[in-house]
Design a protein around this ligand. Sequence first.
Ligand code: F0G
Length: 363
Amino acid sequence: RPQWRGIIEEYRDRLPVDADTTPVTLREGGTPLVPAQVLSELTGCDVHLKVEGANPTGSFKDRGMTMAITKAKENGAQAVICASTGNTSASAAAYAVRAGMVCAVLVPQGKIALGKMGQALVHGAEILQVEGNFDDCLTLARGLSEKYPVALVNSVNPARIEGQKTAAFEIVDMLGDAPDIHVLPVGNAGNITAYWKGYREYSRPTPSTAPGGGELPAVATRTPRMWGFQASGAAPIVRGEPVKEPTTLATAIRIGNPASWTTAERAREESGGLIDSVTDRQILRAYKLLASREGVFVEPASAASVAGLLQAAEQGRVEPGSRIVCTVTGNGLKDPDWAVAGAPQPVTVPVDADAAAARLGLV
Ligand code: F0G
């Protein structure tokens, strides 16, 4: 059986690439859609998890990055730059290696998870820790890309959104149609924008033309309602104004002024969806539930989608029997501090079966 070729080869006719474009790829995409038994029971729905932590660098960013770096390379760029809360920089650093390009990343000082910093370092990126938050980093990165010969690979780069929309295609391909509701965490709001674009392009009400012209068949009969969740300390879209000093333990979504704000609102309005917030406590509870009851280890920001679904169910906003997909955006190994924090210390035993059995309560 041939292996998954990466999102550009798998969905070439629906992406703005030329027939002779050679993708810069790590075979991203093709991630598992895992039935969530406990969440289904708790909500009375048919819940699935789109496990994006299974991508090559451990987050959904790889879908956008294969497109952005492929385009940058095609355009002759020798260097790329991004602002990041950690995952974008990890992905950019890896794909830049594949492309033979220099990668510069701007991260908020002291506010990115260790695993993500390790990825940028090991892939040889130039890292600048900025004395500011993500929003400041993005302003800096934009300015630098305007003045100097470096290509910006944040999600304000349209190629990123194009790549990320393929996750919606995969879900429809796997389920046979779009779900009723799609739930995801919202930070800079690129991903909710991308999913909505993907669902629309893949469904009947929006007949699709290939980027190069020509009709494409609809695969889905409908589009889902888009539900996005921000962390309550970093919820500008919910509050209706930028947050100057965003705070949340979910560092990936610690963002106060999302670049794709208006397109996220459009996704909410056009889909009849909602954008709401969940507290850090709810995020941690969902994080632990996913790991301890579903067997899926995600990073805290990813659990915001599940926390949001559980909140909506408690509020009676989820119709029983609905088919729901939650995107869990990043791998738990990126930020294991939260797995270890508060957990009991493992016990130490001698090399002795009886002692081990006694500690395990087997005797
Ligand atoms: N989940 C994770 C794990 C993320 O890393 C991000 C964003 C999001 C959710 C939110 O997605 O920004 O498209 O709304 N991380 C960016 C980064 C900001 O720099 O890695 P979004």
